[in-house]
Design a protein around this ligand. Structure first.
Ligand code: URA
Length: 263
């Protein structure tokens, strides 16, 4: 592996920065000062030092996290808990979240230190499918479903959404379904809503616009009150993970995500 890449993935700095560190003489390989960022090193046997401290090779890591509602997808937040606060026993230096979920959205979130993995999954032209389970106030009629399937305009000036997949699961009144709706305390729904129609289902989108699921459903008259991401591409959320728990992805899962995606 190239020396600059090794230092970047070991969280010493961005590629651009580590190249300067190397050129400025801050890096040694097996005790010798090296000023050429492109030299090849063996990450498993060579001893690399940055400012006279040995750099430990971490390698690439991939986590699946079951995000609870109420925490924000950000490295830091002055008010709210962040997704990183759930990784107490892991060194999270250099690790970032792949895309975002809203504060009130639950479910599958990936975190990694592999920039190429993130790029492959998130690049808009890759159209990786993401499926969300929702509960919403409102009803979905045949023409609404047709609009969602064909793609619709969610905001003036924005292009039409790509065609989505929609599978309605339940429809009825709030009174009938309120115990199944998992509405968290971020929403305050009172008894005035008892006869309000509600609907649940799965919406699969292949883009990543801000609040896209909520805005698409809003465009057909439905107000989302519960949202959970259940899959990204072929990868399903491991339902044995409680909210707030995480685990590493295995090799098959990583390949199922990026195996078919070209650079
Ligand atoms: N769409 C939304 O509206 N919110 C999310 O968190 C993810 C997708």
């Amino acid at each position: 592996m190239r020396l600059d890449k090794f230092l970047a993935i070991s969280s010493i700095g961005r590629r651009k920065d580590v190249r300067s560190y190397i050129k400025e003489g801050m890096v040694k390989v097996n005790g010798s000062l090296i000023t050429e960022p492109a030299i090849e090193i063996d990450e498993n046997s060579d001893v690399i030092e940055y400012l006279n401290k040995v750099v430990t090779y971490i390698g690439k890591v991939y986590y699946m996290f079951n995000k609870p509602a109420g925490c924000v997808t950000a490295r830091r937040d002055d008010v709210n808990k962040t997704v990183f606060d759930y990784f107490n026993d892991v060194n999270m230096e250099g690790i970032f979240h792949v895309g975002r979920l809203d504060k009130d959205t639950e479910g599958l979130l990936l975190l990694t230190n592999d920039g190429e993995f993130e790029h492959k999954l998130m690049y808009p032209e890759k159209h990786v499918e993401k499926t969300y389970y929702f509960w919403a106030l409102g009803s979905l009629h045949e023409d609404d479903i047709k609009k969602l399937k064909e793609g619709l305009y969610i905001q003036k000036g924005e292009i039409r959404t790509r065609p989505a997949k929609i599978q309605v699961q339940n429809c009825g009144t709030y009174k009938e379904y309120k115990h199944e709706m998992n509405i968290n305390n971020l929403y305050n729904i009172d008894s005035n809503y008892y006869n309000q129609p509600v609907v649940s289902g799965y919406l699969t989108i292949s883009e990543g616009r801000k609040h896209q699921v909520k805005r698409m459903l809003k465009a057909v008259g439905c107000y989302v009150v519960y949202l959970k991401r259940v899959s990204i591409g072929e990868l399903k959320l491991d339902e044995s993970l409680d909210k707030g728990q995480y685990r590493v992805l295995n090799e098959d899962e990583i390949q199922s995500l990026i195996g078919n995606l070209k650079k």
